[in-house]
Design a protein around this ligand. Structure first.
Ligand code: PMP
Length: 448
């Protein structure tokens, strides 16, 4: 079957981890939105490459030629993966999504009168790099935390001449909602602006086609991280029109960024070299190249089908449990277009405690807290304007006392129904113990 085939290709999914009672149990990773495990073949390729290891570009040795060829080819693989026309666009390798967005914000020559439109559902990495340099305005969300596209259109109309960019996530790392990126692109282009899609969460779950440059639905800028795409840490990508960097000094200068240097002058190299200062992460690039080729071979329909099935099943089970609090559209049966990310809480039990019990007593890895999306969490909690003002006031004074947090389950292409069953069992067990008056905190200490 599909799952059998996939699971055979992923590293570490049969690893046993120690529990608090001394037993060992097969680890369940429901934290794929943070990072996914690698494909076995990625590890094999990396190991193989280390024997042929040499720096790129500047060497003429046989090994350097191989490194250079591989490194350049992965740029092309990425371009193909997202349907990027490399005549007008460049593929720049950086460290991660965060660096890619920062690079873009540094390259747009923003001034305080420029406006960036973004959303309160963004990861902090697509919020903070836009502040300080320019004015940021936010698209309204509905009560369930989905984007209000009418509001976007109104804002596009109102601020038309000042808008430099609309920066939006392809999918949320908290609710998994998929934003209609091509529909948004069309709107944005109608008002002569450009769109950035933060695809960190979308890329692992859906095929993305940035579409032809001449299409009104074209995605101008796209960023993502390899470590959420079944390759290891250390590689991120910024896809951008070459014109973005024309006439600019690179944000980092130094080796690799130049054609010629005198003690006074410099001629910058072409793209992407100019924007990839210093020795790049060649191993990371190779790994990413391998993982995207494997993802393509797995067939997206099957990946999506499995993840949808797991999400629907999990939601159905969680909805049956009175003590479970679900958020946004996940509360009801409405089918939302979303990737396999489910946020929840258990009534009356701290999210940190639930996550710790899941890890240490059931071998299930989840994530809890605010997921680098504090404003979105406040929205999902349905804080009143007054409460939000209180949080804002406190934080502006450097006081951090609010404790809103969630538990997040996020699926990868290899997760199974049996794994979800263990989670549901664990959730019910935690609730039952609490009801029986058992102190759940005995084994855990938190400094709150
Ligand atoms: N954007 C989104 C939507 C994310 O989920 C993440 C990672 N949690 C990031 C940006 C940042 O990615 P990275 O940590 O790889 O820079």
């Amino acid at each position: 079957t599909f799952l059998h085939k996939v699971r055979n290709q992923i590293i570490g999914i049969n690893t046993k981890v120690p529990l608090i009672n001394g037993k060992r149990i097969k680890y369940i990773n429901f934290d794929n939105a943070a990072s996914t495990p690698s494909f076995k073949r990625v590890a094999y390729k990396v190991k193989e490459f280390l024997y042929w290891y040499s720096n790129v570009h500047r060497g003429t040795g046989f090994k350097s030629q191989i490194s250079t060829k591989i490194y350049d080819e992965v740029h092309d693989l990425v371009a193909n993966f997202f349907g990027v026309d490399t005549k007008n666009n460049t593929i720049i390798f950086v460290k991660n999504t965060t660096e890619a967005i920062n690079k873009l914000s540094n390259s747009l020559n923003l001034s305080p009168k420029d406006i960036i439109i973004t959303t309160p559902m963004e990861h902090h990495s697509n919020l903070l790099p836009w502040r300080d340099k320019s004015k940021v305005i936010y698209i309204n969300l509905d009560q369930d935390g989905r984007l209000d596209l009418d509001d976007l259109e109104e804002k596009l109309k109102e601020y038309k001449d000042q808008i430099k960019l609309v920066a939006i996530s392809g999918a949320s790392n908290v609710t998994g909602y998929i934003n209609p990126i091509h529909k948004i692109a069309k709107l944005v282009h109608n008002y002569d602006s450009k769109i950035l899609v933060d695809a960190a969460q979308l890329a692992p779950h859906r095929p993305i086609d940035v579409k032809d440059d001449t299409s009104s639905e074209h995605i101008d800028y796209l960023v993502f991280s390899a470590h959420k795409l079944y390759a290891p840490f250390g590689t991120g990508v910024l896809i951008a029109p070459k014109s973005t960097f024309a006439g600019n000094k690179p944000d980092y200068t130094g080796g690799g960024t130049v054609k010629a240097v005198t003690l006074d002058d410099v001629i910058w190299a072409g793209l992407p070299d100019k924007e990839e200062a210093g020795t790049p992460n060649i191993v990371g690039a190779l790994a990413l190249g391998e993982s995207i080729q494997l993802l393509n071979k797995l067939e997206w329909e099957k990946i999506i089908q499995n993840e949808d099935y797991l999400s629907n099943y999990t939601l159905k089970q969680l909805r049956k449990i009175d003590e479970v609090i679900l958020y946004g559209t996940m509360k009801s049966d409405t089918t939302t277009n979303q990737v396999g990310v489910i946020p929840f809480n258990i009534k009356g039990i701290e999210n940190t405690l639930v996550a710790s019990i899941l890890a240490n007593e059931f071998g299930i890895g989840v994530r809890n807290g605010c997921f680098c999306a504090h404003p979105y969490i406040h929205h999902l909690f349905g804080l009143s304007d007054q409460e939000i003002e209180k949080v804002k006031g406190d934080i502006s004074k450097g006081i951090y006392t609010h404790k809103y947090g969630l538990i997040r389950i996020s699926f990868g292409c290899y997760n199974t129904l049996a794994e979800v069953d263990r989670l549901i069992y664990a959730v019910k067990d935690i609730i039952a113990r609490k009801k029986a008056g058992i102190d759940l905190t005995t084994n855990y200490e938190f400094d709150n």
